[in-house]
Write a protein that binds this ligand. Structure first.
Ligand code: ZN
Length: 285
C-alpha cells in the first residue's frame, strides 16, 4: 500500500447542497481515493436511502470508504453515556459491514472533572481510557473493525497530546487499536516531536491533513484551520518523519473553516482535492 488521497466530510459540511451523496459524487469526479464518512451525514442519508443503496454506490465507483467519523466521547461516561456509546458502536458496525469500511475514529471527552471539581491526573485519564478502549476493541474485532484514537489539541480535552494518546494505544495492546494523527491537533497543544519520531508508523491508522492560522497554543479552534501550506504548521517536518518511517495509508484532508463553507460545494471539494493531491505527490510520491 502506498499513500492515498482522502476527503473528510467535515471539509464541505456546511456548503450549500452538501450531503453524503453530493460528497461521494464530487469526490469521485475529482479523483479522491477514499472518503471518511460523518455520523450526521450518514444518518441524514439513511432517512431516504438504505445501507444497501450505499453499498451499491461504492460497488459501482472507484471511491472507497475509509473511516467513520466519529464515535464521540468514548471515555469518562456515566451509565447512560456508556449505553449511548454501545448503541452508536452497534450502528457503526452495521454501516461498516454493509459498505466494507474497516476503521472507526473516536475522540475523548472534554471538560471532565471529579466530583470535588478537581481535574483527573493524566494517569487516571489514561487508565480509564485503556479499559474502555479494550472493551470497545474486543466488541468490534469480530466484525473486522479497527479503532483509531484521535486526541484533540484543546485544553479541555481529556487526552490532548500525541504522546498521551500513544501511551494509551500502547497500553490497550490490541492489534485493532491505533492513533489518529491530525496535524492541527498535534500543534494544538504543542505535542512533542520526539513522541512522533518514536512512534510505530503501523500504529498511525488515520492521518488528518490541514494547516492553521498563527494563534497562541491553547487558543486554536477548528474554525482556524486553513488549507495545507497556507498556515504555520510544520507539515514538511511531519511528512518527512512519516515517510522515513514507511507510513502507508490515507492522507485525509479535514477542514472546518466557515470561509470554505461559503464556496460552492463543487469548488470546495475540487480545491480540497488539489491541496491533498499536491501534498501526497510531494511527500509520498
Ligand atoms: Zn481530525
Amino acid at each position: 500500500m502506498a499513500v492515498y488521497t482522502g476527503f473528510n466530510e467535515a471539509t464541505a459540511l456546511e456548503c450549500k447542497g452538501q450531503s453524503l451523496l453530493a460528497d461521494l459524487e464530487e469526490c469521485e469526479k475529482n479523483g479522491f481515493d477514499y472518503i471518511e464518512i460523518r455520523f450526521d451525514s450518514v444518518r441524514d442519508y439513511l432517512k431516504d436511502h438504505t445501507l444497501d443503496d450505499l453499498a451499491q454506490w461504492f460497488a459501482a465507483h472507484n471511491l472507497k470508504p475509509w473511516a467513520y467519523n466519529t464515535l464521540i466521547f468514548f471515555n469518562q461516561r456515566n451509565e447512560a453515556g456508556v449505553k449511548e456509546i454501545d448503541d452508536e458502536v452497534d450502528f457503526i458496525i452495521e454501516v461498516s459491514e454493509a459498505i466494507g469500511m474497516k476503521t472507526l475514529v473516536t475522540v475523548p471527552s472534554f471538560d471532565v472533572v471529579k466530583e470535588d471539581g478537581n481535574p483527573y491526573s493524566i494517569e487516571e485519564f489514561r487508565d480509564e481510557a485503556v479499559t474502555r478502549l479494550q472493551y470497545l476493541a474486543d466488541k468490534v474485532a469480530p466484525h473486522g473493525l479497527r479503532i483509531s484514537l484521535e486526541f484533540c489539541g484543546a485544553p479541555g480535552c481529556s487526552i490532548n497530546q500525541f504522546g498521551t494518546a500513544y501511551e494509551v494505544v500502547k497500553a490497550v495492546s490490541r492489534d485493532n487499536v491505533g492513533i489518529t494523527l491530525d496535524c492541527f491537533h498535534f500543534h494544538g497543544m504543542d505535542s512533542h516531536w520526539e513522541d512522533l519520531e518514536n512512534a510505530d508508523a503501523k500504529k498511525i491508522f488515520i492521518l488528518h491533513l490541514n494547516d492553521v492560522e498563527n494563534l497562541p497554543i491553547g487558543q486554536l479552534a477548528d474554525i482556524h484551520r486553513v488549507w495545507p501550506g497556507e498556515g504555520v504548521l510544520e507539515l514538511e517536518r511531519t511528512f518527512k518523519i512519516l515517510k522515513d518511517k514507511g507510513f502507508e495509508g490515507v492522507c485525509t484532508i479535514e477542514e472546518f473553516r466557515p470561509e470554505y463553507y461559503e464556496l460552492s460545494h463543487a469548488e470546495n471539494v475540487k480545491t480540497a482535492y488539489e491541496y491533498t493531491k499536491a501534498i501526497v505527490d510531494k511527500y509520498f510520491g
